[in-house]
Design a protein around this ligand. Structure first.
Ligand SMILES: *[C@@H]1O[C@H](CO)[C@@H](O)[C@H](O)[C@H]1NC(C)=O
Length: 344
């Protein structure tokens, strides 16, 4: 009898605790949308994720620690109070010549006849992120210079993150490259959130009539609202009443658009889109939708627009397209052919 009563009390206690936890979770679930609506800055932080520094213990001043023995780290100043950290990797064939050389040598190397890729990374992490470093290695082994940087507020770059600021930093680095690169082709490569920066930049360059030689978008979305809606983070709120008002309007009211779908209509240069079918972060359909908007656009009338899907069996997901053994051929065919089609 005693034992039975004890167990009943325990069971009751457990049920009580469980109910408390459930109520708590429900409370948070309902409170979070209101919190986000009241502090739109939260959404901006979640989009930029610049405070997430992974891997944490890397010294961005020492790219050689990441196996980049032909990369120079330097700093540029796009605006007063803004400093950005840059990595410049030269084509791998010169790795021996690069040993012990300083920034001036690397800058001069931009003028020697090799094409240059300006790489615009996505949110979270730094220019030293693993999958980014692996891509620099692939591109450099194919004979490209790779110039990449951390936007203001990322890595060791100083400033406050914003879409305008990111785009401005990219424009500054582009102009800096152009001032040193002579007649060498300059390509813009954006990944994930970096595709938003890339199309902002290239739209601006086209409006200014200094387009790049090609634009490559890896795992792009159509615009930040559609991306935020399909991001795994929002899955648990997808059917929450007023989802758009709670979660998407604060993004728009913070001035964040990353409107790839709008920008491509104002871009005139060869465009290559790469997307893995099993991308869990930026759904494959968004990349395909962007292609379907760009391809018939009048702005691309004289230029090639190509979409390359990667089958889900390959497992490239959101950031492993660099592993594709097909990538060198894809780039050679696309960039090789992009030259004669250019208008002069
Ligand atoms: C330096 O980097 C190049 C290009 O990635 C590589 O081929 C070479 O083996 C590296 N050398 C050393 C000593 O690590």
């Amino acid at each position: 009898m005693k034992w039975q009563r004890g167990s009943g009390v325990r069971r009751k206690g457990l049920w009580f605790r469980l109910r408390k936890i459930l109520l708590c979770v429900l409370g948070f679930y309902i409170a979070i949308p209101f919190l986000v609506k009241l502090c739109p800055g939260i959404q901006a932080k979640l989009i930029f994720l610049n405070f997430v520094r992974v891997p944490y213990f890397i010294d961005l001043k020492k790219p050689q620690d990441q196996g980049l023995n032909h990369t120079c780290n330097y700093y540029l100043q796009p605006e007063e109070d803004v400093t950005i950290g840059v990595w410049h990797t030269i084509p791998a064939v010169w790795w021996k010549n690069a040993q012990g050389k300083d920034q001036m040598w690397f800058e001069d190397a931009l003028a020697s006849s090799h094409p240059i890729i300006l790489y615009l990374h996505g949110n979270a992490g730094t220019r030293g992120g693993d999958h980014r470093v692996e891509l620099y290695k692939v591109l450099s082994s194919l004979g490209y210079h790779v110039v990449t940087f951390d936007y203001r507020g990322w890595g060791d770059s100083v400033g406050t993150p914003s879409e305008r600021g990111m785009t401005y930093d990219a424009l500054h680095v582009f102009d800096w490259i152009k001032a040193r690169s002579g007649d060498n082709p300059v390509y813009i490569w954006g990944h994930s959130l970096g595709t938003g920066v890339a199309t902002n930049l290239v739209r601006r360059l086209c409006e200014r009539e200094t387009p790049p030689d090609a634009l490559i978008l890896e795992s792009p979305f159509t615009n930040i609202r559609e991306e935020a809606k399909s991001h795994p983070f929002s899955v648990i709120y997808r059917y929450f009443p007023g989802f758009d008002w709670f979660f998407l309007d604060p993004i728009t009211s913070s001035g964040i658009k990353f409107a790839n779908d709008e920008n491509v209509k104002h871009i005139s240069c060869p465009l290559l889109i790469l997307h893995a079918e099993d991308d869990p972060v930026v759904p494959f359909q968004l990349g395909r939708k962007l292609y379907n908007i760009a391809a018939p656009s009048r702005s691309f009338r004289d230029f090639k627009v190509q979409f390359i899907p990667f089958h889900s069996d390959l497992g490239y997901r959101h950031k492993y397209i660099y592993k594709s053994p097909e990538l060198p051929r894809i780039l050679r065919e696309f960039l090789g052919k992009s030259e004669p089609e250019r208008q002069h």
